[in-house]
Design a protein around this ligand. Structure first.
Ligand code: ADP
Ligand code: MG
Length: 709
């Protein structure tokens, strides 16, 4: 069966059979693929020809200029071509010794070595010619490639493809070597790229000076020049971004057309809260509150993101919004991603709103039976004006009497789909999303393109930068002495333990043992408290109250204190196993100190040889207190997928765009998306039909465009 015969029956429904012939063909039906290779390709997510065309290379190697062995420069990643003249596998029983080969080319000799390279004995042979790419070091006087990627050059290979040009290097998988994969890609690109329909409106393409799609596909895989590669990437990235931004713009324009609630009460409760605060709001808080108040007063539903570094004072701003909704006769819901965070928010909101006569309740799934039913009932009748809970508040069938405002903390885990569900509840409540992970502005547009953004870019006055140091075990005694000094001066301390889910029990035991040890042997004349997620809410609440009241001097805790704890008198935080924490987590934790007028400290105690990435994280923490900088490095280290949690958020994945590399294209795509949606909100005009089809496919069910057309 040839590819063309199978086409019709396999075109995907989303394409509605309108794709050019061939693109929906399963790869296994192509000549030279076969079931086994098809299975390997499927592992890479490649099922059809269309998938494969968008399987862009990881990188390209410039093999117009292979480096002679003699000219390899230590410290750089380079590519060379050489013959194997000797092999030295690790001796039997010593698997830790690297597998090395001796290499020769016309210029001289070199070596290559691989750790855990035992399997190479079956792969490499004397006399083979290899193309190698990797980091060069100098070892005992000779140049050495360390753990290079390599390809075995076979006599019958088409060298036009694998050498003398910018050669694509794909993410491969065991059993699927680089060369046959490249040869397959070449065939696919040559056969099908020119037939891919270009759905980008011609006017946009011309305005943004983008190459046609066929040219971009050819150039992304087998670019004739560096410039062609750059142009190709730009075009493909633009498409990815445009489809994302179009979806967000459509969601947004729909919300704007919905009728929401206009809430503009006289402001008595707000005035009371202001009067009760021991401080005045910062300029940034006033500005942001102004933005929120305007949104709430307007009849269309607020869709606002509030970004602010830890300690910038988001809570009180959210409190003002909650009071405004309540004074207008509505209820407000405050949602957090986890139960622990919900409990913490409950403590905070009860504390600031309770004295004003506002009834605040907590709804989590750990509440059971009658209590839960009673609380739900009181929410449904409107007896409770403010409800704090987890994101499950949206999912579950919790009923409100009149829900007017929803405040969501920690945007990352609250995705587009949840927002849509929320909008469906009641009378289109206003939405305020808060995030303590500040994100570079251009990047915020990708995930939050359907939200307005407010930024608290000013810390309350009198804050002093927290001094952060990195230490190892050998300094433990001095660290304890320092904590004692701080406590003697009247301050309090946190000692934080990581809690990794897989070994929760073990970690919990470590924290418990530590608390006992500290109480018995280190701080015998002081009071040590222990706080962790397994405690009942009342116990946590009691411990927090005692810590706040100064009755507990040292609070040993698992990461449950990450967000929301606010004890200005605490001036020092010791973080154990700092190498195990993520960067944003470290920054959040550190934000628990430095909240009072005293000089504050964060001590990162780490294992002697942390991984390179852990080292980077710790270094950044020591270097800066700036949350924006921390977020940037975090993004670099984790990569956008993980950083944004795009999978959870329900946004379509990028196929070839790289948020870091292509950030400049993003803004262009956003402008075009807004212009398109402004002119044609459901993409029904002829030039937009292709985009509409593509969009439906990428966003799967999440966008449900009006089905006409
Ligand atoms: P965030 O949630 O943004 O991390 P919080 O809302 O917990 O920060 O506020 C941090 C601390 O700053 C709290 O102790 C809060 O009472 C205090 N705070 C908030 N706004 C101000 C202000 N304008 N002046 C002084 N202190 C403030
Ligand atoms: Mg907070």
């Amino acid at each position: 069966m040839g590819p063309s015969e199978t086409t019709k029956s396999y075109s995907t429904p989303a394409h509605g059979g309108q794709t050019s012939p061939g693109l929906a063909t399963p790869l296994r039906f192509l000549k030279g693929v076969g079931p086994r290779r098809a299975e390997l390709l499927a592992k890479k997510g490649l099922e059809t020809v269309a998938d494969a065309l968008l399987f862009v290379p990881l990188r390209h190697e410039d093999r117009t200029r292979l480096t002679p062995l003699r000219s390899l420069v230590p410290g750089q990643a380079q590519t060379c071509s050489a013959e194997i003249v000797g092999l030295s596998p690790p001796p039997p029983g010593r698997p830790r010794v690297p597998f090395s080969v001796m290499l020769r080319d016309a210029s001289g000799y070199g070596t290559a070595s691989w750790f855990k390279g035992g399997y190479l004995a079956r792969v490499l042979k004397r006399g083979q010619r290899l193309i190698l790419h990797g980091k060069v070091t100098r070892y005992k006087g000779t140049v050495q490639l360390q753990h290079p990627e390599f390809e075995i050059v076979e006599g019958d290979d088409d060298e036009q493809l694998h050498a003398g040009r910018l050669v694509p290097v794909y993410s491969s998988t065991e059993g699927l070597a680089q060369r046959p994969l490249r040869a397959l890609m070449w065939t696919l690109v040559e056969t099908f790229a020119r037939g891919v329909p270009d759905v980008l409106p011609e006017a946009v393409r011309a305005r943004r000076r983008l190459v046609p799609l066929a040219e971009a596909l050819l150039g992304a895989h087998f670019p004739p020049s560096e410039a062609a590669l750059v142009a190709a990437r730009r075009r493909l990235a633009f498409d990815d971004f445009l489809l994302l931004q179009l979806g967000l713009a459509i969601l947004r324009s729909r919300t704007a057309r919905e009728r929401g609630i206009a809430m503009a009460p006289p402001g008595d409760l707000v005035a009371q809260l202001r009067a009760s605060l021991p401080y005045t709001l910062t300029g940034a808080q006033e500005r942001v509150w102004g933005e929120i108040r305007r949104d709430m007063a307007a009849p269309d539903p607020m869709q606002r993101l509030l970004q602010g570094d830890v300690g910038s004072g988001k809570t009180v701003v959210a409190g003002l919004a909650v009071l405004t909704a309540i004074e207008a006769g509505y209820q407000a819901a405050v949602m957090a991603p986890t139960e622990i965070l919900a409990e913490q928010h409950y403590m905070t909101f009860r504390q600031i709103l309770g004295p004003l006569g506002v009834s605040v309740t907590l709804l989590t799934s750990s509440l059971k039976g009658r209590d839960r039913a009673a609380r739900r009932g009181a929410v449904a009748t409107g007896e409770h004006a403010c409800v704090v809970g987890t994101h499950a508040l949206v999912q579950e069938a919790v009923e409100f009497r009149r829900l007017g405002l929803v405040v969501v903390d920690e945007q990352h885990r609250f995705g587009v789909a949840q927002r849509a569900r929320l909008r469906a509840k009641g009378e289109h409540p206003d939405l305020l999303v808060m995030t303590a992970t500040p994100i570079p502005r251009t990047l915020a547009l990708t995930l939050y393109g359907d939200l307005d953004v407010s930024v608290l870019d000013e810390l309350p006055p009198g804050r002093r930068p927290i001094r952060t140091v990195a230490r190892t075990e050998s300094k433990r005694r001095e660290i304890y002495a320092f904590l004692k000094d701080q406590i003697r001066e009247g301050r309090q301390a946190y000692v934080v333990y990581p809690l990794v889910e897989e070994s929760e029990a073990v970690d919990l035991k470590a924290a418990t043992d530590m608390a006992r040890h500290l109480q018995a042997e280190v701080f015998a004349d002081l009071t040590v408290g222990l706080m962790h997620g397994r405690l009942a809410f009342e116990e946590k609440d009691a411990i927090m109250r005692r810590f706040k009241a100064g009755e507990i001097h040292v609070l040993v805790s698992t990461t449950v204190i990450e967000v929301g704890i606010d004890v200005p008198n605490a001036s020092v935080m010791l973080i154990e196993h700092a190498e195990r924490f993520g960067l944003s987590q470290l920054h959040q934790l550190r934000g628990r100190v430095g909240r009072g007028p005293w000089k504050s400290y964060a001590i990162l105690l780490h294992a002697p040889h942390p991984s390179e990435e852990a080292r980077r994280r710790i270094d950044v923490m020591v270097e800066t207190n700036d949350g924006f900088r921390v977020a940037e490095v975090d993004l670099q280290l984790r990569g956008p997928g993980d950083f944004f949690g795009t999978r959870q958020s329900g946004l379509p994945e990028f196929r070839s765009a790289d948020l870091l590399r292509d950030a400049a294209v993003l803004e262009e795509a956003r402008q075009e998306a807004q212009a398109i949606v402004a002119a044609d909100p459901e993409l029904l005009a002829a030039p937009h039909r292709g985009l509409r089809r593509e969009l439906l496919e990428r966003w799967r069910g999440k966008l449900a465009l009006a089905t006409a057309g």
